[in-house]
Design a protein around this ligand. Structure first.
Ligand SMILES: [Ca+2]
Length: 340
């Protein structure tokens, strides 16, 4: 009889403990879900529910290979945008509970919504699945994607016939491109390598492997010092043009109320990075120092005319003086827009 009581008591205690662990994790989960939409800013304290704090001997947050016991949004550990973390809660009885969460860190200032007017329209070859797009003088340099159709080309704005073009092998899917001095650099999607061409005739000079951190190649631009590449995440990578396999630094991108990822075609202009967002009619203007989105262009009225499915999306940004040129994958038009 006595044994039965002991067993029953133990089972009951275990059950209580399990229930309280479950409650604790539920509390933490509700809090994390609420904070995911609200987001944090750098320097904010992470104020976990008091029920969690009361039960905890210590709490740490781990991020893959990094771990901190400071409950503060410290830029040493967190990046702008979404951060996949695990909360590790050591209870007073020594038991350790874990819970995964997404912590969003947002930009301090709201994005400015920029108005624009269409100044002029130019033809764009609707066969071109545009992945890289830049204007120099009156010449468009364009990288065209799709297997079996990938190439780099140049043509005069207002025409669609290339004055030079170089095809890639059939297995290559071309991505972003940019001009650096007398060369053109071009990324590939999943081959983890890029090409360098002679700008004058687009003759291939050499290839280079990506730095390991880049999963794929998406967009590419040049700020006068570094190549800036996107890989479909929230990150932009600054590469040394003399050795593009070397990453100098990277930034993560976010706005004031939302994280952005799938950053695609890029353009550097007057101290800011402009980025298309894959499958969105939005162009972001990004501070290259910290990744904060300072302004946003909503091109949905233009994109609606051309986007019928998932592929034919806005993806070309160039500048003609201070006017922006925009086009998209398989669009038949390049738009010159004056922005405020
Ligand atoms: Ca561009």
């Amino acid at each position: 009889m006595k044994n039965h009581i002991i067993v029953a008591t133990l089972a009951f205690t275990l059950l209580l403990s399990c229930n309280s662990d479950k409650d604790l994790l539920n509390q933490l989960n509700n809090y994390n879900i609420e904070m995911e939409s609200q987001g944090y800013h750098f320097g904010d304290a992470i104020q976990l529910p008091k029920e969690v704090m009361k039960e905890a001997q210590s709490i740490s947050i781990s991020f893959g290979d990094k771990e901190t016991s400071k409950l503060v949004i410290d830029p040493q550990f967190f990046t702008l945008g979404d951060n996949a973390v695990t909360f590790n809660i050591t209870k007073k009885n020594g038991e350790v509970l874990h819970q995964d969460a997404t912590i969003n860190v947002f930009a301090k200032q709201p994005e400015q919504e920029v108005k624009y007017t269409i100044v002029k329209e130019y033809p764009h070859d609707a066969n071109n699945f545009v992945q890289g797009f830049q204007l120099e003088g009156n010449i468009i340099y364009e990288s065209v994607g799709q297997l079996g159709m990938s190439q780099v080309m140049k043509y005069t704005l207002g025409t669609t016939t290339p004055s030079a073009a170089t095809r890639q092998p059939d297995e290559i899917f071309s991505e972003g491109s940019t001009i650096v001095g007398d060369k053109v650099y071009q990324l590939t999607w999943q081959h983890k390598k890029g090409f360098i061409y002679n700008k004058a005739d687009l003759a291939l000079i050499k290839e280079f492997p990506y730095p390991n951190i880049m999963g794929e190649g998406w967009g590419l631009t040049y700020d006068g010092k570094h190549l800036i590449a996107s890989d479909g995440t929230k990150n932009l990578y600054f590469l040394n043009p003399d050795n593009p396999s070397q990453m100098v630094r990277y930034i993560s991108v976010a706005g004031n109320t939302q994280a952005y990822d799938r950053l695609n075609e890029l353009e550097f202009h007057n101290g800011f990075i402009y980025a298309a967002v894959w499958q969105s009619p939005m162009v972001l203007k990004i501070n290259p120092n910290n990744g904060e989105v300072v302004a946003r262009f909503d091109f949905s009225t233009i994109a609606q005319k051309h986007t019928k499915g998932n592929d034919d999306v806005l993806n070309g940004i160039a500048f003609k003086g201070d006017n922006m040129l925009i086009t998209g994958k398989n669009w038949n038009t390049i738009y010159e827009v004056a922005v405020q």
